[in-house]
Design a protein around this ligand. Structure first.
Ligand code: ZN
Length: 287
């Protein structure tokens, strides 16, 4: 069964750990993440970007696959299916399709418009028992072709959005999607602390979890981050493992060309990455 992310994140915030959001791209990805969460008895959030949703033939296909898999694999840990960086229209589409959680990214709107649209979605999500993530201060790097500048959010604007009744809040604190550049300035912990002071119990979300050093992740969790998004790192691990299989010529041996065999090392690499992250975030055994 899919659940809203509210309870798992409330527990994470009070328990001083974070739940990982791992983005999915296909069946292999979804299976690897769900099985790892179950093995480690960890709650998990499956992230779906608009682009990945389109790639997987639409949101109803995604809901059908995830629900079927939870059932067939006997997954009993809490699983939230979450739209990542959704537009207002796509948030509504995902709600209709049966997602248990959505993110409305209104960070590119003026704050008044972000508030207006977030307010409407708060109402809809509350009525249906779904969780809603909002964003203040665009997060740097590229996500589905959208390039942000790596802003640092205004804590007062964070407080304004948090007060609307969203479930969790993503705030730019110098984090970036994708690989971090050599000259990256690091996370702004002063900003994070100021946001946490103003927003209190609100679980905070750290996007762009790939490549942030472990000590910074731990410090961010201690300052109120309860959800960390991981996407690029699974992609890098998957592709490197599949490349290794082919470079070693294994696809040319016997039935090595079988796609299930070709992708298997990639699946194992995703599992290892997810395990490493869940251990770092402290969500193991917290289901
Ligand atoms: Zn993001």
């Amino acid at each position: 069964m899919l659940v809203s992310a509210k309870e798992m994140l409330t527990k994470a915030k009070s328990g001083k750990y974070a739940v990982g959001q791992f983005n999915i791209n296909n069946l292999e990805w979804t299976k690897a993440i769900l099985q790892t969460a179950q093995e480690l008895n960890s709650p998990v959030i499956l992230g779906v970007s608009e682009g990945a949703g389109k790639y997987m033939c639409g949101y109803t296909t995604v809901v059908g696959m995830v629900k079927g898999m939870i059932d067939e694999l006997g997954i009993t840990v809490p699983v939230a299916l979450h739209l990542d960086h959704g537009s207002y229209e796509h948030a509504k589409k995902c709600i209709e399709a049966g997602f248990s959680s959505v993110m409305f990214d209104g960070s590119h709107y003026p704050i008044e418009e972000n508030i207006e649209k977030t307010k409407e979605l708060v109402q809809i999500c509350n009525d249906l028992g779904l969780s809603l993530e909002a964003e203040v201060g665009a997060i740097g790097g590229e996500e589905d072709g959208v390039i942000g500048g790596g802003e640092v959010a205004d804590p007062k604007e964070c407080k304004m959005i948090a007060d609307l009744g969203v479930t969790m809040l993503a705030a730019g604190i110098g984090n970036i999607h994708g690989k971090y550049p050599e000259n990256w300035a690091g996370l702004s912990f002063d900003t994070l602390a100021a946001i946490q002071d103003l927003t209190g119990e609100m679980p905070l979300v750290l996007h762009g979890g790939t490549g942030i050093p472990a000590d910074m992740i731990k410090k961010a969790i201690s300052l109120g981050v309860s959800k960390i998004n991981v996407n690029t790192e699974c992609q890098l691990a998957f592709t490197a493992a599949v490349r290794g299989y082919i470079e070693e010529g294994k696809d040319l041996q016997g039935k090595g060309f079988d796609p299930r065999k070709v992708l298997a090392p990639g699946v194992e690499a995703i599992k290892a990455t997810v395990k490493e992250k869940m251990e770092l975030f402290g969500s193991v055994g917290k289901a």
